[in-house]
Design a binder for this molecule. Structure first.
Ligand SMILES: [Zn+2]
Ligand SMILES: [Zn+2]
Length: 345
């Protein structure tokens, strides 16, 4: 079978591997679709220090089910979460699952941009392979993981019904976040992006006003007029740019929350007036990744039609054209969400 291999910064290509085999407790998935995430693009650039696996938003059909997995059967449509917490350590006990030390060490093999991949037994045992509801398309299924990241963040920040929200960076995850916030009862939702394409996609689908990010003062004026000069209850930084955090600190109200949601470049530094942050009581809350529990909750919101993500995927490429998929995903003026498709698509 073919899979996408990242051999080092800038070195993305297609490789051949023997078809994976499901050992005891494991499953093998035949890929239908897997979204290209901003973190995949950062890995290609060499900006994200991690194990180097790429593709973590996969859906597909079960090709093989190992011994001792009575709950799953061959041919079922499933979504798979690539990381699982241990559910036993002190961090997990406190519900901070994505910061569990074993969380990001677990992964699917060889990654989500593969015609077939093996899911280890710890994932299967902890519920990271679940049935994709019949009402959801493969493309919507591939959005479950990034939407799960939004839901995990919303839960982590202590979101309240009626909160005003401003999302800096209206890429696919920024839009997902805005739609989730809307579905969960946000009041006014604003956002900003450099791309006119993304601003127009955001408006009319969860975002009341999308501001051109070339003009930060316009963002301040919009937030001020929408919140009676108070500032937004929740400002979400859905980009890795440090300047967005600086702007976010100005947009958030006294006692409000600044959610660091996008992946910053390794080694980037904050430029924020700490005394202002202190005196204004701004809570800075990072949120990284998601859990199979939150992904399952996103699926329930979709099935109940409280959330609609059917318009976010704009481009599709087979695994063998993964390089093109990455190139398109890096062009915010042309693409929203790009997915890589497999033989089950
Ligand atoms: Zn992702
Ligand atoms: Zn743990």
């Amino acid at each position: 079978m073919k899979f996408a291999r990242l051999a080092g910064p800038g070195r993305l290509g297609i490789a051949d591997a023997p078809d994976p085999v499901a050992g005891p407790g494991e499953v093998v998935v035949r890929l239908a679709a897997c979204g290209v995430c901003g973190t995949d693009l950062e890995k290609l650039k060499g900006n994200y220090q991690s194990a180097g696996r790429i593709g973590h938003e996969p859906v597909g059909t079960l090709q093989a089910v190992g011994a001792g997995v009575p709950s799953l059967s061959v041919g079922e449509r499933v979504w798979v979460h690539h990381h699982v917490p241990c559910y036993a350590c002190r961090v997990c006990e406190r519900g901070e699952y994505t910061f569990c030390a074993s969380y990001s060490k677990s992964n699917i093999d060889p990654g989500g941009f593969a015609e077939m991949f093996r899911v280890p037994s710890e994932h299967v045992a902890r519920g990271a392979v679940q049935r994709l509801d019949d009402s959801l398309s493969w493309e919507v299924g591939s959005l479950l993981e990034p939407a799960g990241c939004g839901l995990t963040a919303i839960r982590r920040v202590g979101f309240h019904h009626g909160d005003s929200v401003f999302v800096i960076g209206l890429g696919p995850v920024g839009i997902l976040y805005a739609r989730l916030a809307r579905a969960l009862g946000a009041g006014w939702v604003g956002g900003s992006d450099l791309s006119a394409r993304r601003r127009s996609a955001a408006e009319g689908s969860g975002v009341d006003h999308a501001v051109d990010a070339h003009d930060p003062e316009e963002a301040e004026r919009r937030v001020s007029s929408a919140t009676g000069s108070e500032g937004a209850d929740l400002v979400v930084v859905a980009t890795g740019a440090p300047a967005a955090v600086t702007l976010g600190a100005r947009l958030v109200r006294r006692g409000g929350t600044l959610n660091l949601f996008g992946l910053p470049e390794a080694g980037s530094r904050l430029d924020v007036d700490l005394q202002q942050l202190y005196l204004r009581g701004v809570r800075v809350v990072p949120s990284y990744a998601t859990t199979e529990r939150d992904i399952g909750d996103v699926q329930r919101l979709l099935v109940a039609r409280r959330l609609d993500l059917s318009d976010l995927v704009t481009h599709r490429y087979p695994v063998t054209e993964v390089v093109k998929a990455f190139e398109m995903a890096a062009r915010p003026s042309d693409a929203l969400k790009v997915v890589v498709t497999g033989p089950a698509y």
